[in-house]
Design a protein around this ligand. Sequence first.
Ligand code: FMN
Length: 175
Amino acid sequence: MPEVTTRPVVDQSVFKLSMRYLAGAVSVVTVGEGEERTGFTATSVSSLSADQPSVIVSLNRKSSSWPVVERYRRFCVNVLTADQQHIAQSFAGFDGRRGIERYQDAQWHSLSTGTSALKDALTVLDCELETVLNHHSHAILIGRVCAIETREDVLPLLYWRGGYRRLSGEAGIRA
Ligand SMILES: Cc1cc2nc3c(=O)[nH]c(=O)nc-3n(C[C@H](O)[C@H](O)[C@H](O)COP(=O)(O)O)c2cc1C
């Protein structure tokens, strides 16, 4: 059997620098119910499949959200609008808030599944945790989307090169 090596082949700081150039939509992923609610800010949300509507999210297993996701087997992706940067900051833990305190400065409603959805999010995807793939420090969560809410005519919050950004409003070339 060949020896398996996990030694990085590129320098970690070079990789981090490179990832700063990857522009991403900003979401807060809400987990847990009632007083046990917490959540995290994420740019790692991606669509996985439309045939079986599903998304993937990468979660650092050191995060306080990880044991809650494991217990409840659900998560809810709330894609933020351009004016919801303060919610991103709270759920990233930058203002020192933990757990349910992160929900204070925004309005939420409970979905039939028990999950909290952000009122006025750009789009909300309520997910059942279908599969977890553990990879080194992170868990890749695969969620089966079981409910969706969307808002029209609002712009997304983006993250690029270490800062929050807005779309300029200029339409590019249509795909
Ligand atoms: C713009 C932005 C994007 C982030 N994306 C992710 C992500 O995709 N996955 C992740 O695990 N953490 C991500 N984080 C970090 C988590 O939001 C943060 O570590 C977590 O909320 C704090 O962990 P705690 O709940 O243990 O305090 C991101 C942070 C920011 C500011």
